[in-house]
Write a protein that binds this ligand. Structure first.
Ligand code: HEM
Length: 463
């Protein structure tokens, strides 16, 4: 367990050349202090050796393994995925809001929900959904024009990503009011995320989780809002492209022919809003932070964006030409993976490298530590979008870079999120210059997702 915090750059890197990182433990501290630190930032669970070794094993109440080794990650996420279901800890954390929707379901129930939602994310449909993203990028740009003084780009990106996912899920005429959903999801994720630390440590259930009790009222509000959106969608005339909710309403289980109940529809709708909203906003916020951190990178991306777009906002046809903008997003998600750690429970004995895995062991997949692991990456803490230049990206092991996970449970919204992030970032870079404000760097804090605590405050200069 974790400890004494100080910012430790990895060997051979000077501190001033590096963007912000999670302070890593240098010496062990007691159980109580460790729990308190993890309540604040779940990544404080990572010991320093997680950044230099392939697997770290130990026992805190229960046996655990942190896996940063690409072949072992391939085994857990893909080859032996059936023996490594999502852990009870992640289930306990998210089930109150997401029920048995796609994100948490298992087996046949998961399969048909995934099949039902898949057409929305098929490449042909993605192109049809792009105008919503272009519109949201244009709206973000208009909000920024007129702003004077520092702007919190994290809040701006949350709003932008929510507009996109709400329109794609429900269509704009039946949307849940943005403020209701946004506030409820944000408070819920924060409170559920904090309570989860007690679950990860397997503190017995009779110890109250005050944060989770607080979350109950918010969840009730959110569920009521989702139910209203489902009713409205059932009554609405059909549109093209179909919003996600229509596809789910029309879907039937190939094995039983049964359609989704209102409760299942609601679980899935909320799963999409939660999974698709903050994650994309985080990829964008960290990308903007990094562009301000390295003005030369920002300038190069701006030239590319302006050459491709002129005065227009980006659309689907521009995405293939915005390769450097995409590299910045890839590198931002390496340094700050929005889903910085996921977990599984081993349900069968196995071996990962030299480690014996017993049934019941907790298997942590800390993508944050994988993406900064010295066995896997050169200059792991440095910001260098050229790692993802097409000719170099080919050599990156598929299981060394996992912002979207991998295997059968790989993120369903991966193509969607990347398309949205490129469109929004290119549109903003073509029109504004972003400057860092000394002393206002965000702090990377993981509470379910890896957030820029304190906000991404930047000076925004229209061009
Ligand atoms: C940058 C943005 C995003 C990131 C980094 C991200 C990351 C992830 C990761 C790591 C997983 C796998 C979790 C695990 O294996 O335990 C996942 C699953 C999932 N994501 Fe995303 N996601 C993003 C955006 C989206 C969007 C936009 C949507 C929907 C519109 C979405 C929908 C889902 C769903 C439904 C799953 C569950 C898939 C399943 O279990 O079959 N995600 N995401």
């Amino acid at each position: 367990m974790v400890s004494q915090m100080s910012h430790i750059p990895h060997e051979n890197q000077s501190d001033d050349a590096l963007p912000v990182a999670v302070p890593i433990a240098t010496k062990p501290r007691g159980f109580v202090k460790g729990v308190m630190a993890m309540q604040r930032n779940a990544l404080f669970v990572l010991p320093r050796i997680a950044f230099t070794q392939p697997i770290v094993s130990g026992q805190v109440v229960r046996r655990f393994h942190m896996v940063m080794d690409p072949p072992s990650l391939r085994r857990v996420l893909k080859d032996a995925a059936a023996d490594y279901p999502k852990s009870e800890e992640s289930q306990a954390m998210l089930r109150p809001a997401l029920g048995n929707g796609l994100f948490l379901a298992d087996g046949a129930h998961w399969r048909w929900q995934r099949r039902a939602a898949m057409p929305v994310f098929a490449p042909r449909n993605l192109t049809a959904l792009t105008p919503v993203m272009t519109e949201a990028a244009e709206a973000a740009a208009s909000r920024l024009v007129g702003r004077t003084g520092p702007v919190d780009l994290y809040q701006e990106m949350l709003r932008t990503a929510f507009e996109v996912i709400a329109a794609v899920s429900m269509s704009s005429d039946t949307a849940i009011p943005r403020d209701v959903a946004h506030r409820a999801i944000d408070r819920y994720l924060t409170t559920a995320g904090r309570a989860s630390v007690l679950d990860i440590l397997q503190v017995p259930r009779f110890v109250p989780r005050p944060a989770r009790l607080l979350g109950a009222a918010l969840i009730a509000d959110l569920k009521r809002a989702a139910d209203r959106a489902i009713e409205a969608r059932r009554a609405a005339t059909r549109t093209d492209p179909k919003p996600l909710l229509d596809l789910l309403i029309e879907a039937s289980d190939p094995e039983t022919g049964r359609e989704m109940t209102n409760e299942e529809l609601r679980d899935n709708l909320l799963s999409f809003l939660v999974a698709g909203h903050e994650t994309t906003a985080l990829a964008l916020s960290w990308s903007l932070y990094l562009c301000a951190f390295d003005p030369a990178v920002q300038e190069r991306a701006r030239e590319e964006a302006r050459a491709a777009l002129g005065a227009r906002a980006a659309g689907a046809e521009d995405v293939p030409r915005l390769t450097y903008v995409r590299q910045i997003i890839d590198e931002a998600m390496r340094l700050y993976p929005p889903a910085a750690m996921v977990s599984r429970t081993a349900t069968a004995p196995d071996r990962l490298r030299d480690r014996e895995i017993k049934s019941g062991d907790l298997v942590l997949l800390p993508f944050y530590a994988l993406h900064r692991n010295a066995c896997v990456w050169d200059r792991p803490d440095a910001f260098d979008p050229d790692r993802f230049a097409p000719e170099r990206a080919e050599n990156i092991n598929r299981f060394a870079y996992l912002p979207f996970g991998a295997g059968p449970r790989v993120c369903l919204g991966m193509g969607f999120a990347l398309q949205e992030a490129v469109i929004v970032l290119a549109t903003l870079l073509a029109r504004f210059r972003f400057r860092a404000i000394p002393g206002r760097d965000p702090e990377p804090v993981m509470i379910l997702s890896l957030r820029p605590y304190g906000g991404v405050w930047l000076d925004v200069e229209p061009l």
